[in-house]
Design a protein around this ligand. Sequence first.
Ligand code: AN7
Length: 356
Amino acid sequence: MSWRGIIEQYRKYLPVSAGTPVVTLNEGNTPLIPSKALSAVLGAQVFLKYEGLNPTGSFKDRGMTLAVSKAKESRARVVICASTGNTSASAAAYAARAGIRCVVLIPKGAIALGKLSQALIHNAQVLALDGNFDEALQMVREIAGRHPVTLVNSLNPYRLEGQKTGAFEVCDQLGVRAPDYHAIPVGNAGNITAYWMGYKEYREKNIVNSRPRMLGFQAEGAAPLVRKKIVLKPKTIASAIRIGNPASWKKAEEARDESEGLIEAVTDRQILAAYELLAKEEGVFVEPASAASVAGILKLHAAGYFKKARRQKKKFRVVCVLTGHGLKDPDRAILSVKKPKTIPAKLSALLEAIEL
Ligand code: AN7
């Protein structure tokens, strides 16, 4: 049977009933791609969970299908979110499908072009805030606490419930077993929390017999979990994770500690190197924030972190979540490469240019 989205696929693990109206774009079922280059470097089996292939181009769709379905079930008329871009794109699309009004608050000039175009074309009311994401989130939280609007940021528990299906899928795709390590970018810290929920649930229900260590990566200039304090002016080229005061701060620390993993920072330079490596050597185009997971495992490898794992188990398994598609941020791709050269319409010019 064809794939019908994460709610139908994992219904028995989710807080839905027969009466819940399922608002879906058939999200989930994203490929788990073996990475030749990274496997060779680490001496492991490295897989890329390409979440950029979700309907709106990011992992947010897993959470949004459930959050918007539950909003519809409770007859909500308006959903609202603050966003560094992907949440707004996903909320706008699922709200459009549900026939619910959508309001999004974004930091002015700080979200990638593709994401802005999505929120706008799906007819959300888009408001640009003269402030950063953390301020925007604070404002929508206050509004949602006092007015009849449903918050669809990851503070909404249905978002995390939906996103935990990412962990189920990884295990199912690995032949019903958990990886040894799970690498993931961390911004507002909802996704690391959700994946850990999913891995724990599959273990508790005895579907798998182990759990991975969670390896979270923040951008150096936006790394409150690493610095152990709020970053007032977060800075990084990875605009999706330009967040200084993550909503799921405590839960991310729990995921790190319970799994005996870590949360570290990677520099923008390391992020861009991983971004280009994925595009040039693997044929996988992601947005910069997503490359943080790959930058992170390369950094850990260079520091000898995986040595023990390699001794204990010849081919340990590492999964890197690639959270968003590269087309979300075309400006960054163009900045990273040489512009195409213009040639006259003559065969000789073409032959000369390609040096055959
Ligand atoms: C591509 O859209 O916060 O740690 O408002 O878009 O769960 O926040 C996006 C976050 C990683 C971080 N990769 O996930 C938003 C937003 C991409 C993202 C993250 C985001 P969380």
